[in-house]
Design a protein around this ligand. Structure first.
Ligand code: HAM
Length: 415
């Protein structure tokens, strides 16, 4: 028997409905911030990600689905959306429209060890604000993220953390100071952090290991290395969050796992999902366009993991079926019934037609469909050009012509 690919799943019934709801909710909120939708390809050249996310990031070094196409070019299933959107802005002739705000949603792929809340195909919903080089864009972006959490009624279970990574120069100076300090304690660090000390020392800051955190207690702090510009920017952002009543914590150890960030970074986490606590994350990426070979375009954005959100919100109600249309099997009833069916759907009602068997059998099937109404067309109804309408909750039946039927179903006629 064929199987679903490891770490991937089918979305059906409530999951499919919730996924659409999560997409629609962010899409409609993002319109208040003047966002437009963008869809980029699921497959990109491998360089789009190796150049932007960093060769030493977990995503690039371990988690990408990369394969040669028939001409030998290396392609990658996108592990995230930001790099592809920046690639699109640089290559699709839309630069002249900057600044731009985009909403996006869609599947992402990472070859991770699957567990609750962590999949190899998952869905991100997010926004990217491109060409906005001001703290206000960061503030709006975080405010939109928090609006989203509030719209999903999750604010009590979530917390927002923010940090500033500063500009490139500040970060370089800090990196040197951090490495110098950590070298003296190298043997006390976890194995993973010892490796990171060479390749990506900043990532040691958000290590979950207790031994690492002990060593870090006395380590130099990033905020002491920020340039005046970065400090002013971050102060203005925090002031704005306070003015807008958005609750946040400053976390100087928050560094994010992708290399393209500078200045503001943020994350929304929950303690309701066990190990996979990050449900939304983002930040500013002023150098991303240049590493992709384009001119300088600043940007800020975030992405939320829809599957993680899905585990936190209650199941949505199934939309009720309005009408089950029960048709006698005679050619005349079928012909008349087809007209009624088309006309009801044209009028906007959801209609299902129970198949096969006697009228009684079909009525039983209609019952199972849990439709609000049953419309029956037998010999008499055809001869008189009417239908029998049965309200399922009360059992009340009446005969109506097509016009009155539509009025009755739309609640316009109360007799
Ligand atoms: P990220 O932190 O790698 O950031 O992913 C964002 C969110 O995607 C995570 O917080 C999590 O909810 C979800 N996620 C990540 N990996 C998985 C997985 N394997 N299974 C289920 N959910 C997952 C980014 O991707 C950046 N592009 C965010 C961003 C946008 N920064 C600026 N703009």
């Amino acid at each position: 028997m064929l199987k679903t690919v490891v770490g991937m799943k089918d979305y059906v019934f409530n999951e499919a409905k919730t996924l659409r709801f999560l997409e629609d909710t962010l899409l409609s909120l993002s319109k208040k911030y003047n966002c437009q939708e963008i869809k980029t390809p699921i497959v990109e050249s491998v360089e789009v990600f190796t150049k932007s996310l960093g060769e030493t990031s977990d995503v690039v070094s371990k988690e990408m689905f990369t394969f040669p196409d028939k001409s030998g070019d290396l392609l990658t299933l996108r592990p995230e959306g930001t790099a592809g959107i920046m690639r699109a802005v640089l290559t699709a002739g839309i630069k002249q429209n900057l600044p731009l705000k985009f909403f996006y949603s869609g599947p992402m792929f990472r070859y991770e060890t699957p567990q609750k809340g962590r999949y190899r195909q998952f869905t991100q919903v997010g926004v990217e604000f491109l060409g906005y080089d001001n703290y206000l864009a960061d503030l709006e972006c975080i405010a939109l993220a928090w609006d989203y959490i509030k719209a999903l009624n999750l604010e009590k279970d979530c917390s927002l953390e923010v940090n500033s990574l500063g500009d490139k120069e500040s970060r370089e100076k800090y990196k040197q100071a951090l490495v110098k300090y950590l070298q003296d304690y190298k043997t006390l660090l976890s194995k993973e952090s010892q490796e990171r000390l060479e390749k990506n020392p900043l990532r040691i800051l958000d290590s979950k290991s207790e031994e690492d955190q002990k060593v870090l207690q006395k380590a130099p702090r990033l905020e002491d290395f920020l340039s005046e510009n970065s400090k002013t920017w971050f102060m203005a952002l925090k002031q704005g969050l306070t003015t807008w009543g958005i609750p946040f914590k400053e976390n100087s150890l928050l560094v994010r796992g992708l290399d393209y960030y500078s200045e503001t970074v943020f994350e929304i986490t929950t303690d309701k999902l066990g190990a996979q606590s990050a449900i939304l994350a983002g930040g500013r990426y002023n150098d991303l366009s240049k590493v992709l070979g384009g001119e300088s375009i600043s940007g800020v954005g975030f992405a939320a993991g829809a599957e993680r959100l899905m585990m936190m919100i209650p199941a949505l109600d199934k939309e009720a079926l309005k009408v089950a249309l029960v048709l006698l099997d005679s050619p005349k009833a079928q012909e008349y019934g087809l007209n009624v069916l088309r006309s009801l759907r044209d009028a906007g009602f959801s209609v299902e037609v129970p198949q096969n068997g006697s009228l009684v059998k079909k009525m039983k099937k209609a019952d199972k469909l849990k439709a609000q109404y049953c419309v029956v067309i037998g010999e008499d109804e055809v001869n008189n050009q009417v239908v029998t309408l049965k309200e399922m909750s009360s059992g009340i039946q009446k005969q109506l012509n097509l016009k009155s039927l539509k009025e009755e179903l739309s609640g316009k006629k109360n007799s």
